[in-house]
Design a protein around this ligand. Structure first.
Ligand SMILES: CC(C)[C@H](C(=O)O)[C@@H](O)C(=O)O
Ligand code: SF4
Length: 477
């Protein structure tokens, strides 16, 4: 019988298989950041071990980095210690690090792909749940815990429990104004935040094949929010075009390494006779802009809908979760989502902080103004993304509209740096988690696409670009 994409990549990395034991996999790329690596390095020190493959290991600073005044000392002592510790560890163990201020610094899941380090068919790990992002290249990419980080540092291998396979097939075409973010929010609302548990999800179908690499990364990034072990998309011409020419892409003197790599990558497709353990089918043409109303990424609905009545949930735990969520979010059942007002808009993160995301937010903001009582932060996912945006003049579009243009990092995606919501503040955010307190204690988060974020910033309430049709005219543009 044929094999799925995930099974092929897995099989190609098994270095030891024994009855009744998890397979031991070789790891092609190990990404590190300041939050989940300190204890792993301490463990190495205690055991007198080194980093086995420094050539396959790379670190960046992202979670604790400020996005303003980056040349000043870091005020928060916890953040400062985290960054100093990473710097010392990387220096002591010979690991390549892109610190704050470096041109390759940025959110770890933005940096790997843009350097061409993330490639089809690889195994990629990082002590970070959104490592699933790299699956967009047809890599098997897992978030791992700190003790596993230590294991990979020491051995470049990892024992992995077997997984089940799920296909999420998206047929047809996404309607105009519907983005990868809307699609993944709709998928999670459909299968639930636990729906992917134990599975590696392969996204396939016409609508997926048409997506850019940036959009595919948005989808795979949020696989973890459905509980999945990983998300993957088979590599194709779009993938090869994105990887080709990047710093770490295969080359060879006459391009022979590239040709050999592409020949192998073309085999990384699920065989026609392979069977998935579970299949979900979605009609892309039926989708609409999607936003969350609750406190987990599965509590979402089309923007045109209203806040659901908890009583409408048949399942008792879903009903209870909805009640708690509405209480925390300060929302009432039946309230139209378009009438929910926000004070903050955040465009950024490893979900939607890439150049295409900034372009799409800028295209909505061009010639318009952020509403007076709204604060909008635009935070590029990496310094490279920032430089590209500046080259295209996007930073000017943002600042002219009244938004703040910040330095690269995780920023307001989670409250580990100065960019935070105040208690009771409400944000439309292009990030991936709307958990209680995620963006700051008592902060309320609505997950949205970059386009919805920008339209929301202009109108001051949840909105899509379609709601803006006459605003630009009034502004005389
Ligand atoms: C801090 C880190 C461990 C965490 C993760 O694992 O994802 C963070 O990146 C997040 O998005 O919540
Ligand atoms: S941007 Fe957000 S989701 Fe991504 S790694 Fe940083 S904190 Fe995690």
């Amino acid at each position: 019988m044929g094999r799925t994409l995930a099974e092929k990549v897995w099989d190609d990395h098994v270095v030891r298989r024994a009855e009744g034991e998890p397979d031991l996999l070789f790891i092609d790329l190990h990404l590190l950041h300041e939050v989940t690596s300190p204890q792993a390095f301490d463990g190495l020190r205690k055991a007198g071990r080194g980093v086995r493959r420094t050539d396959l290991t790379i670190a960046t600073e992202d979670h604790n980095t400020p996005t303003l005044d980056i040349d000043k000392p870091i005020a928060d002592p916890v953040s400062r210690t985290q960054l100093e510790t990473l710097r010392k560890n990387c220096a002591d163990f010979g690991v390549r690090l892109h610190p704050l201020g470096d041109v390759e610094q940025g959110v770890v899941h933005v940096v790997g792909p843009q350097l061409g380090l993330t490639q089809p068919g690889m195994t990629v790990v990082c002590g970070d749940s959104h490592t699933s992002t790299h699956g967009a290249f047809g890599a098997l990419a897992f978030g791992i815990g700190t003790s596993q980080v230590e294991h990979v540092l020491a051995t470049q291998t990892l024992p992995m429990a077997p997984f089940r396979t799920m296909a999420v097939t998206v047929n047809g075409e996404l309607p105009e104004g519907v983005t990868a973010k809307d699609l993944i929010l709709a998928i999670i609302a459909k299968i639930g935040t636990g729906g992917g548990q134990g599975y590696v999800i392969e996204y396939r179908g016409e609508a997926i094949e048409k997506l850019s690499m940036e959009a595919r990364m948005t989808i795979c990034n949020m696989s973890i929010e459905a509980g999945a072990r990983a998300g993957m998309i088979a590599p194709d011409e779009t993938t090869f075009a994105y990887v080709q020419g990047r710093e770490h892409a295969p080359k060879g003197e006459n391009g022979e390494d590239w040709d050999a790599a592409v020949a192998y990558w073309r085999t990384l497709r699920t065989d026609d006779d392979a069977a998935f353990d579970h299949e979900v089918v979605i009609e892309g043409s039926e989708l609409a802009p999607f936003v969350t109303w609750g406190t987990n990424p599965g509590q979402g609905a089309p923007l045109s809908a209203s806040v659901p009545d908890p009583a409408s949930f048949e399942d008792a735990s879903a009903r209870y979760a909805a009640e708690k969520a509405l209480e925390y979010m300060g929302l009432n059942a039946g309230q139209p989502l378009r009438e929910v007002t926000v004070d903050t808009v955040f465009v950024g993160s490893c979900t939607n902080g890439r150049i295409e995301d900034l372009r799409s937010a800028a295209s909505v903001l061009e010639g318009r103004r952020v509403a007076d009582d709204v604060r909008m932060l635009v935070v590029p996912g990496s310094v490279r993304v920032a430089l590209q945006a500046v080259e295209e003049g996007l930073d000017k579009v943002f600042t002219a509209a009244g938004a703040e243009w910040r330095h690269a990092g995780c920023s307001m995606c989670l409250g580990m740096n100065p960019d935070q919501l105040q208690p009771g503040e409400r944000a439309a955010s292009t990030s991936n988690r709307n958990f209680e307190g995620r963006q700051g204690k008592g902060g309320r988060t609505h997950l949205v696409s970059p386009q919805v974020a920008a339209a929301t910033a202009v109108l001051g309430h949840l909105a899509s670009p379609a709601d803006l049709s006459d605003v630009r005219e009034t502004a005389g543009v």
